[in-house]
Design a protein around this ligand. Structure first.
Ligand code: IPE
Ligand code: IPE
Ligand code: MG
Length: 260
């Protein structure tokens, strides 16, 4: 579980289907600009792509999908854009939740509730109460999320326990630490997808992506489809995951090949 869930000591071929896919849904603003529309229209169109991607995950047999919808740093954006994202999120949950829940999608919020508008918190509470019990796909929505603050939050909980004498510092292991993250008891992502081409992590799942395979596409999030997701998975299937181990005897790894 957590980082130790993938703590494999040697090299191995990537399993056929990633158990957990994490996506940075980026490029809504650029998509809108290309269409001559306001940025908020890009966010609206982007929200529409989530359903197809979730359904494709179910078809493929992916068990966990984690999508980055709003970072803590995104509060720096103009107030009108932030408030449009809040409204769209509320609307997304109201419109899509029932349908996806009935298809076996179990929703989880990753991030802090504090700071979110009351109306969004109400929707999150409602989802918790009425969530699917089938769990064909766990859909984690990172919203008001920051990887660093998630780590600090876990550290505070453990420090508090140690301060009260409930835990010895040497009992703090990677596994215990993982269990105090929002992703407690979930496997680490196998595949990290970023749309819109930026080659950075942007404070996403910092702890969990220690050995995740990265796939970046120039496709903007509102243009993302189930077929693109399948391309990413196919690429993942050709990776050799090493977790720090040596490649199998006689194997020339993709990263060792000529860049010609
Ligand atoms: C991603 O799209 C959505 C959020 C960060 C909320 P952007 O809004 O970052 O789009 P670009 O990067 O400006 O194109
Ligand atoms: C990352 O995208 C956050 C989300 C997709 C929600 P950003 O657009 O905020 O990232 P930066 O600012 O380009 O790093
Ligand atoms: Mg962006």
């Amino acid at each position: 579980m957590g980082s130790t869930g993938s703590g494999v000591s040697g090299a191995q071929a990537a399993p056929t289907i990633p158990r957990h896919i994490a996506i940075v849904m980026d490029g809504n603003g650029r998509w809108a600009r290309q269409q001559g529309l306001p940025r908020t229209e890009g966010h609206r169109e982007g929200a529409r792509r989530v359903k197809e991607v979730a359904r494709t995950c179910i078809e493929l047999g992916v068990q966990y999908l984690t999508i980055y919808a709003f970072s803590k740093e995104n509060w720096k954006r103009p107030r009108t854009e932030v408030s449009a994202i809040m409204k769209l999120t509320e609307y997304f949950y109201r419109r899509e939740f029932g349908e996806l829940r009935d298809e076996g999608v179990y929703f989880v919020h990753l991030g802090d509730r504090m700071g979110l508008p009351k109306s969004v918190i109400r929707v999150l509470d409602n989802i918790e109460k009425n969530n699917s019990d089938e769990k064909r796909l766990i859909l984690n929505i990172a919203f008001n999320y920051s990887g660093r603050s998630e780590i600090v939050r876990a550290a505070r909980v453990l420090a508090d326990m140690a301060g009260r004498g409930e835990l010895k510092p040497e009992e703090i292991t990677e596994e215990l630490f993982s269990r105090h993250l929002f992703t407690a008891d979930m496997p680490d992502p196998d595949l990290f997808i970023r749309t819109a081409g930026e080659l950075r992590v942007s404070n996403y799942l910092l702890w969990q992506i220690a050995y995740t395979e990265i796939w970046v596409t120039d496709i903007l999030w509102p243009d993302f489809t189930g077929a693109v997701l399948r391309d990413a998975v196919r690429d993942y299937q050709n990776r050799e995951r090493r977790f720090g181990g040596a490649p199998p005897e006689g194997n020339v790894s993709p990263s060792g090949s000529s860049i010609g």
